[in-house]
Design a protein around this ligand. Structure first.
Ligand SMILES: [Zn+2]
Ligand SMILES: [Zn+2]
Ligand SMILES: [Zn+2]
Ligand SMILES: [Zn+2]
Length: 440
């Protein structure tokens, strides 16, 4: 088993993820008060890892002359201000610590146990939502109004953390069902997985957490397929008729877009009976070379069923490469479709704070080649489309819309937490292409 990285969860023992309940109250570390444990034993177990940071926080609290690092946030009404306070203390303590903080140490600062509205931190005054065990409030009316909308997702997130804490990284096996007839995708990603690809029994045996992770794997190829099924194109180039398909995944990152690569077989090649040959190229400045090998790596990911039927899936990685660089290189292979998943094209300061998209955008918009864009929020997706429209003449084939093939794996959202404490990969999708030339 591959151990998962430690994750901080404010309402569970840091070591065993036992939940804080009325019957079993967790005890906060008496010095820093930012981390809690179910028992003295688990506090002792974590102490060697926690000592250095605990001392820094304690020093900081003493310097501030208060009893809790977030005392100054009490009754601060602005979400922006509350965010700034947490960020500031995190940065100061990291500086004092003299080494970069671990991810879970940052989470201690960013997602502390505090009232959802007034930021009270005294555990004696706090209640915790009994469903999600993820939010605290000092009184019923301090539980935020939109909580019921996110309660279930917050619970899913917590379940994933505690599953991985005891079982290691959740890596469910990919389904091997090959469809013999072309079908439109059903209305929801889970329906496709549970009914068509796994079958209810296998889905049940898999369990809820691995099934959620599987939707995360599946969401990338299926978002692409969903978009291609729902755009107006000529019959002969329709996705159902393709025998060969080259996909470019632009702005790719290893952990999100690539792993595991076999998913492009399970969730694309296996769903398109006419397709014989699928080639997926991942290009990204932030894409690391697999296994530390520099340059291009190409791999065959054909499943046994496809191999027997003479069908092939190959994936190619172009690490540390901008898309425009790849397009001018001798390795360039023309795409049939381009995808940019959660790429944030509208953000001007991207990789290393440079606007890396400016040079890339002209290469994203090609005659007759659909460009599929996805984003975390309904705010981002239209901004990405608008950014491209500013610089290129395009036809919007699929206006930004909610994506039924989004991942169902929640991700904590610090940036906009007061509006949505969790977000999902590929939550919104859009598709465009180069504007049709006027006929003479
Ligand atoms: Zn414990
Ligand atoms: Zn401590
Ligand atoms: Zn409160
Ligand atoms: Zn809740």
């Amino acid at each position: 088993m591959l151990p998962a990285r430690p994750v901080f969860t404010a309402h569970a023992c840091h070591v065993c993820k036992r939940l804080h309940t009325k019957q079993h109250r967790l005890k906060s570390c008496g010095s820093c008060r930012l981390v809690a444990y179910c028992s003295a034993e688990h506090q002792r177990a974590h102490w060697p890892m926690h000592r250095a940071l605990c001392k820094v926080i304690t020093r900081r609290v003493r310097y501030l002359g208060t009893d809790h690092i977030y005392r100054e946030a009490l009754n601060v009404p602005s979400p922006e201000q509350w965010k700034k306070i947490r960020f500031k203390h995190m940065a100061v303590c990291e500086e004092m610590l003299g080494r970069p903080m671990e991810a879970y140490e940052k989470e201690m600062f960013l997602y502390p146990r505090a009232c959802d509205t007034c930021h009270e931190t005294n555990p004696e005054k706090l209640h915790t939502c009994a469903n999600c065990h993820s939010v605290s409030f000092c009184s019923e009316d301090h539980l935020r109004k939109n909580h019921s909308k996110y309660c279930k997702d917050l619970r899913t997130l917590l379940d994933i953390h505690s599953y991985q804490n005891s079982h290691g990284v959740c890596e469910p096996p990919l389904p091997d069902t090959v469809l013999s007839e072309y079908e439109m995708l059903p209305p929801h990603i889970r329906e496709l997985l549970v009914v068509s690809l796994l079958g209810p029994q296998r889905a049940m045996a898999l369990g809820p957490v691995p099934l959620t992770v599987l939707t995360d794997y599946a969401s990338y190829p299926l978002t692409l397929l969903f978009a291609l099924q729902n755009i107006p194109v000529a019959e002969e180039v329709h996705i159902s008729q393709r025998t060969e398909l080259t996909v470019h995944v632009v702005g790719a990152e290893h952990a999100t877009d690539c792993h595991p690569l076999g998913r492009w077989g399970s969730f694309l090649l296996h769903l398109l009976p006419r397709l014989r040959r699928l080639h997926v190229v991942f290009i990204g400045l932030e894409l690391e070379a697999a296994g530390g090998r520099p340059g291009v790596t190409q791999h065959d990911f054909t499943s046994a069923a496809c191999r027997a039927a003479g069908r092939r899936l190959t994936c190619e990685l172009q690490p540390s490469t901008a898309y425009h660089t790849y397009c001018r290189s001798p390795q360039f292979r023309p795409p049939d479709v381009i995808a940019a998943f959660n790429a944030g094209l509208h953000r001007f300061a991207g990789h290393e704070r440079r606007d890396t998209w400016r040079e890339t955008i002209p290469y994203l918009v090609r005659d007759g080649v659909p460009l599929v864009l996805s984003g975390y929020t309904l705010l981002e997706c239209p901004q990405d489309v608008a950014r491209i429209e500013q610089e290129q003449k395009v036809d919007v084939l699929l206006p930004p819309r909610k994506n039924p093939y989004r991942s169902t794996r929640p991700q904590q959202n610090f940036l906009n937490e007061h509006e949505a404490p969790v977000v999902f990969k590929n939550q919104y999708v859009a598709c465009l292409t180069a504007a049709a030339k006027p006929r003479k």
